[in-house]
Ligand binder design. Sequence first.
Ligand code: NAP
Length: 267
Amino acid sequence: MSGKDFEGAVVIVTGASTGLGRAIAVETASRGARAVVVNYASSAAEAETTAEQVRAQGAEAILCQADVADDAACRRIAEAAAPFGRVDALFNNAGITKFAQNHGDLDAVSAEDFQRLYAVNVVGAYQMIRAARPLMDAAPRPAAVVNTASVAGVMGIGSSVPYAASKGALVTMTLSLARALAPKIRVNAVCPGYIDTPWFGRNMDEAGLERLRQGVAASVPLQVVSQAEDIAGPAVFLASPAAAHITGETLLIDAGSHLGRAPLGMR
Ligand code: NAP
């Protein structure tokens, strides 16, 4: 049992309007966080729902609309936590993609799209860490950053080559910053496989989504479809006191998808 291991903590979650970010925000609140900064880009109503769920757990929720690709906006997100005088955990979870059916089709994603993916998925995380660093330095115990990368960034799979490359860069940046910011700040990453969030629903109808879920369950060794809460638990663990001796780690939370299919005799 994790209990109230975030008692008094001040938490920032980027991309917390829906999906994994919402689940992380609510999980930290349920574990005793004092305040959670709920960042989002454009989904104001969904972000308000996250804030309500955070408040229902007894934590203060501070809504902050901001594009993490914008450095000044990242500073505004950090400033939302400034009245509390500290940041104990920063979850760099905001992310975007551009879908390309065929990774061999190098025209499927434009240079502008590629750069926008980097601006949000990589530069955004860097800028957030820079903006929140003084408040993380002020935390009573070493603060924690958890970057939401992806198994796509480890294996070169996923929605498109630029998406995989951006998540790979986030994994590498996790290593660099874990070394550079120690001992005051721990920096780790999670690499989810498929998560059943609004992420895919924007590009697919319900029938397509159902086929996708069935395909995932049939192909991953654990034969499950991960929900946001299944990933939020391990992500929050990396920011918790139980992970106080973990930094520079990349945790694959993908129901075993990186293992590939079982040898023929075991199928
Ligand atoms: P989601 O429900 O679509 O959540 C994405 C979140 O990112 C939303 O809150 C969105 O805010 C926010 N966001 C997008 N661009 C932003 C920007 N420029 N500035 C601030 N916030 C921004 O999808 P999700 O599945 O939970 O994704 C969360 C993270 O998990 C992403 O980093 C994604 O790459 C990663 N991931 C997802 C999967 C998957 O299968 N779903 C797998 C591996 C990794 P708005 O709603 O306001 O736009």
